[in-house]
Design a protein around this ligand. Structure first.
Ligand SMILES: Nc1ncnc2c1ncn2[C@@H]1O[C@H](COP(=O)(O)OP(=O)(O)O)[C@@H](O)[C@H]1O
Ligand SMILES: [Mg+2]
Length: 262
């Protein structure tokens, strides 16, 4: 596990909103090796989605570098970036984002459009992936006829379609009930341990984060220096709304009531 797949150097992100600047990421330095499974935990508004979108080339940093498979993607021209998104990155969203009018298997085949694979190759690959995520029997179901957990499994299969170097998951269990969310994070664990899939997952949920090999913390756009396992309840953060001290496990700020859990 020595080969570095993804590395960031001094990532900053400042959003301009009206006349205001919002610093969403500040000096984020991260290194992910092949075969790693990293979770990044932090309360709502701490910059998790911003970070993942930037790592996934869905957004650009204000400054800093992102090295993916030895390529500085911040220097890749926009018209070439789709290749990186298509072949190097698999993205899993909280809300699944499946196309409702396509069946499970068609959703998984979709990212392979335009890659030069034949119809048969695409079908074979999509079948293998649906089997891998435990949905071989559901290939012709449209998303609405699948449970939330099954939809997320399809979304994971779709993310793996082109054999990405890294799987990025933004709160992949955020829309799932308690039982289903463990099934999904166990599936991610299985992909990592049995198939060597390199994963970065962001979540506010410590029980979910603890399934990863490493847990990092982010607060107010800064990665905390300490890397911890099993000590979540003791981690102190500041509420993004009132600035007072909260625990990372809080779902609502005990001081101002701000919901922290997404
Ligand atoms: N498109 C945007 N424009 C302006 N501010 C944004 C935008 N997206 C996120 N933010 C702000 O950046 C900060 C981090 O947001 P986000 O990355 O969504 O956090 P998280 O995913 O941890 O909840 C928040 O203060 C949020 O309000
Ligand atoms: Mg988010």
């Amino acid at each position: 596990m020595n080969e570095t797949v993804l590395e960031t150097e001094k990532l900053d992100k400042v959003y301009k909103l009206g006349g205001r600047s919002i610093r969403a990421l500040s000096d984020v330095n991260l290194q992910v090796k092949k075969g790693d499974f990293v979770s990044i935990m932090g309360p709502s508004g701490s910059g998790k989605t911003t970070l993942l979108n930037i790592l996934g080339c869905l957004d650009k940093p204000t400054s800093g570098r992102i090295i993916l498979d030895d390529v500085d993607v911040t220097t890749v021209p926009e018209k070439e970036l789709y290749k990186i998104r298509r072949y190097k990155i698999g993205f899993v969203f909280q809300t699944f984002n499946l196309l409702p009018y396509l069946s499970a298997i068609e959703n998984v085949e979709l990212p392979m459009e335009g890659t030069g694979k034949s119809k048969e190759e695409k079908l074979k690959r999509a079948r293998e992936l649906l089997k891998l995520v435990g949905l071989a029997e559901r290939e012709n179901h449209k998303p609405l006829r699948l449970s939330a957990g099954e939809q997320q499994r399809v979304a994971i299969a779709r993310a793996l379609a082109n054999g990405p170097s890294i799987l990025l998951a933004d709160e992949p269990t955020g829309n799932l009930d308690a039982k289903t969310k463990y099934e999904i994070v166990r599936l991610l664990g299985k992909l990592n341990t049995e198939h060597g899939t390199t994963i970065v997952m962001v979540t506010h949920d410590n029980a979910i984060a603890s399934h990863a090999r490493r847990v990092l913390f982010i607060n107010d756009g800064k990665m905390l220096s300490k890397e911890k396992m099993g000590l979540f309840a003791k981690e102190k953060l500041t509420c993004p709304a009132c600035g007072r001290e909260i625990q990372i496990t809080h779902v609502f700020c005990p001081h101002c009531g701000r919901k922290l859990s997404n």
